[in-house]
Design a protein around this ligand. Structure first.
Ligand SMILES: Nc1ncnc2c1ncn2[C@@H]1O[C@H](COP(=O)(O)OP(=O)(O)O)[C@@H](O)[C@H]1O
Ligand SMILES: [Mg+2]
Length: 368
């Protein structure tokens, strides 16, 4: 394996008041990777990013960039640049001056500053506003200036803290695509913080899911979506049907959970050391793998599990249909299906249905 661009080793942050904001954060990021940090407000995303940037002291653990230990190196000596949600541009300076600022402070010679600023203005298509003040720019333009200002210093790693949070939904979507393209073309490592799971999954090559200062899971988006490793991730990412129970037995390939619907099984989403027979566990099925049929209308073989219930609502949004089903233990689940998949199946509120899925599609996670 090549040397990682960024490495966090048991990173920990305790604020002066005693709040443990980040605990035991281990991560290796390859060069040119786009990594997202996602989790609910207060889970430690910003604190982690600020420790990488050098804007916050590291209480314990190590931070390495391209193999060199930067744990105690001040922010201005780190090969990182940070983009904040509020852009933090200088209002009394033109776009051009804003972009040049970092290089000038670093004492770079004027011809070099000019060449690099010109190139960055070009890359981010800011030519027509280069001499305007920040006050006259749209949200999207401000965002591009903030990016230019960060990238012009040629950081090894660009850190972005909810950089699109202030933009409206349409603009956000288009800047997401722009940002991803820019990152690919530049080949720079991006660490991108967001509280929006859809954004984390669509942008990240890998996603770090955080909860209460700890890492819950680090996976590629599809893996995170289809194979959650904890109850928290199963609830936070995607749209899963979650059935709680007690772990009966497990091997590397298969775990069995005793539930109110009888024994159900799936692929273990935990390592053997972190679960024991008799402990709480849940079966998690991504809703796209759940098939809905009128009760008893289709036989299913050994490779399937099924539970039954009654449809309480159908909500169609374009091709997607959300089917709410009250299972026989009164648990309500909402399944995301497609019009084409349930059409002609006689499914309406009041219909008794079977929900069935391939066991290999289900994941067993520990806890409740
Ligand atoms: N400067 C600070 N002093 C004390 N506690 C802080 C400070 N900044 C953040 N915290 C606390 O640390 C925890 C993590 O916060 P933060 O990293 O901002 O989370 P996120 O960015 O995921 O919303 C929270 O409990 C928050 O209240
Ligand atoms: Mg934050």
């Amino acid at each position: 394996m090549s040397e990682p661009d960024l490495e966090l080793v048991k990173l920990r942050k305790v604020y002066p008041g005693g709040t443990v904001a980040v605990e035991g954060f281990d991560l290796r990021v390859e060069r040119g990777e786009f990594i997202s940090f996602v989790g609910p407000s207060g889970c430690g995303k910003t604190t982690s990013l600020r420790m990488i940037a050098g804007l916050e002291d590291i209480s314990a653990g190590d931070l390495l960039i391209r193999g060199r230990n930067f744990t105690k190196v001040p922010a201005e000596k780190r090969p990182t640049a940070t983009i904040f949600q509020n852009y933090a541009l200088f209002p009394h300076m033109s776009v051009r001056q804003n972009i040049a600022f970092g290089l000038e402070v670093a004492g770079k010679p004027a011809p070099e500053v000019k060449a690099k600023v010109d190139a960055m203005i070009d890359t981010l298509e800011l030519g027509n506003v280069a001499h305007q003040s920040e006050r006259n720019l749209s949200g999207g333009q401000k965002q591009r200036v903030a990016l230019a200002r960060g990238l012009v210093t040629e950081p090894d790693i660009l850190l972005l803290d909810e950089p699109l949070g202030a933009l409206d939904a349409n603009l956000r979507k288009s800047i997401q695509e722009e940002l991803k393209l820019l990152q690919r073309n530049l080949g720079i490592t991006f660490v991108f913080v967001t509280h929006a799971q859809s954004e984390a999954l669509s942008m990240g090559d890998r996603v770090v899911v955080m909860n209460q200062g700890r890492v819950e899971q680090i996976s590629a988006p599809f893996e995170l979506y289809t194979r959650p490793q904890s109850h928290f991730v199963a609830r936070f990412i995607g749209r899963n049907t979650i059935i709680d129970g007690t772990l009966v037995d497990f091997s590397a390939a298969k775990a069995v959970v005793s539930t109110r619907f009888g024994p159900l099984s799936g692929v273990p989403g935990f390592n053997a050391a972190s679960a024991a027979p008799g402990s709480p566990a849940a079966i998690v099925i991504p809703s796209e793998y759940v098939d809905i049929t009128p009760q008893g209308s289709s036989a299913h073989g050994d490779e399937f599990d099924a539970v039954s219930g009654e449809v309480t609502a159908l909500d169609a949004v374009g091709q997607v249909v959300y089917v709410t089903v009250r299972l026989d233990d009164a648990l309500e689940v909402r399944i995301e299906s497609y019009r084409t998949r349930i059409e002609g199946r006689d499914i309406a509120p009041g219909t008794r249905v079977d929900l069935k899925w391939r066991r290999e599609r289900a994941t067993v996670v520990p806890g409740t």
